[in-house]
Write a protein that binds this ligand. Structure first.
Ligand code: TRP
Ligand code: SF4
Length: 405
């Protein structure tokens, strides 16, 4: 745990897929924008992860990374409120990935559900590679190198956070042992002073005897505020709480992002591979055109045929973009043929255009001033490397790799 407050630290990444769409915005970015004011957030472009599947087309990566980062910034993710960087600019991820690979059973990786699933799904790519098998372990390194306690991800990524926990546990079990640990921990408890020591001991007992996670959290908070013990002692006491040795790599938790309900133009989930997206950079004309071409309830062939909003993807967009009164207006007007589909689409087009306008202005500003983006990334990379170096120093040490020149 060392000096970082893991519970406050958040890490998440996204594979660079180029320009983002409303599904990314409503599903991920809006959440990041909120989290960045509440936590110590690290967000990065997972370009190495992109290579695990698309190693045959590396020429696309740079542009995809750039477009994605500009879209993050356009959506309101901020280089001041959070730490933004590109994975491959922080080589510590790779070093930790290598070191973790020493202790990770191949079978753990083979049984991660995404391994077989993705191989099935991406049949035209040869994914029988070492790098692809290691995808979740690289992700573990991404998380553990910052000792992030919380990882906002969608349901499809929960298995990757789970394996990260297992790897961390194994690592701490193997390398968190220290000669005379118990005695040192007891001595550290006393150094906190009578009152805090008593509280710590009670909370530890409650947690260990009853598995009370409330007690665990309270004890962690108590440790976090201690001023008069060393970082080394603090780490010991974090480990001692849970009964083990030192916690070198804390186990992260998935912060499940509610599944984006963002429907695409055809009513399926919005996704680049379905070709049903509205991108964050679509102009008002493009948005209008796309929405106007959307299919509606097939029963409404003529203007005076009544329809059913329940059978229409446009109504799904109303759920995201318009208020209750408008929904009632659609329900009534559609069922009675009182409104036409063009009328019905109008408020959706307006709401999307209004939502996108400020983002597009920001995207334009950043595109016109790419150096501003580079500065944000340079600063983010520096902050990220600093945090990552601290972890690696400790990892090298416990793995027998600290040499004195
Ligand atoms: N695998 C994630 C995805 O496809 C991206 C990712 C890479 C990530 N490293 C991460 C997400 C670390 C969270 C934490 O969406
Ligand atoms: Fe769909 Fe609206 Fe047309 Fe009804 S009126 S079919 S909800 S677009």
């Amino acid at each position: 745990m060392s000096s970082v407050d893991s519970q406050r630290r958040i890490l998440s990444g996204m594979r660079p897929t180029g320009r983002l769409h409303l599904g990314h915005y409503h599903g991920v970015l809006k959440n990041w924008v909120k989290l960045q004011h509440e936590y110590d957030c690290f967000f990065f472009a997972a370009d190495w992860h992109a290579l695990t599947t698309h190693y045959e087309t590396p020429q696309d990566i740079e542009q995809s990374v750039w477009d994605m980062l500009v879209d993050w910034l356009a959506a309101g993710v901020s280089g001041n409120a959070s730490t933004l960087f590109i994975q491959s600019q922080v080589p510590e991820h790779a070093e930790l990935h290598l070191l973790l690979s020493m202790i990770t059973p191949v079978s753990w990786l083979e049984r991660v559900p995404t391994y077989k699933d993705q191989q099935e799904k991406l049949k035209d790519l040869d994914l029988a590679t070492y790098g692809f098998l290691g995808y979740p372990l690289l992700q573990s390194a991404d998380i553990l190198v910052y000792r992030a306690g919380q990882v906002p991800v969608g349901a499809d990524q929960v298995a990757h956070v789970e394996i990260t926990r297992e790897v961390a546990r194994r690592f701490n079990h193997l390398y968190g042992k220290e000669i005379g640990f118990e005695e040192k921990a007891e001595a550290a408890v006393r150094k906190m002073g009578k009152k805090a020591a008593k509280l710590y001991n009670n909370l530890r007992k409650t947690y260990q005897e009853q598995g009370d996670s409330e007690a665990l959290n309270t004890a962690r908070a108590l440790l976090q505020e201690q001023q008069n013990i060393t970082l080394g002692d603090k780490e010991r006491l974090f480990g001692y709480l849970e009964g083990g040795g030192k916690v070198i790599l804390p186990e992260p938790q998935a912060l499940l992002t509610p599944d984006s309900k963002m429907p695409g133009l055809d009513g399926q989930k919005m996704s680049k591979s379905y070709g049903n997206t509205i991108t964050l950079r679509d102009t008002t004309d493009e948005v209008s055109e796309k929405v106007r071409r959307m299919p509606t309830d097939p029963a409404r062939v003529r203007r005076n045929d009544p329809g059913d909003p329940g059978k229409c993807p446009v109504f799904q967009l109303h759920q995201v973009y318009t208020d209750e009164a408008t929904h009632a207006w659609v329900q009534e007007g559609c069922r009675s043929a009182g409104i036409g589909c063009i009328d019905c689409k109008k408020p959706v087009i307006d709401a999307i255009s209004t939502e996108l306008a400020p983002m597009q202005q920001r995207a334009k500003d950043y595109e016109a001033n790419p150096d501003a983006v580079r500065v944000i990334l340079a600063e983010g990379t520096e902050r990220a490397r600093e945090a990552a170096r601290d972890t690696l120093a400790e990892v090298r040490q416990v793995m027998g790799l600290h040499y004195r020149p």
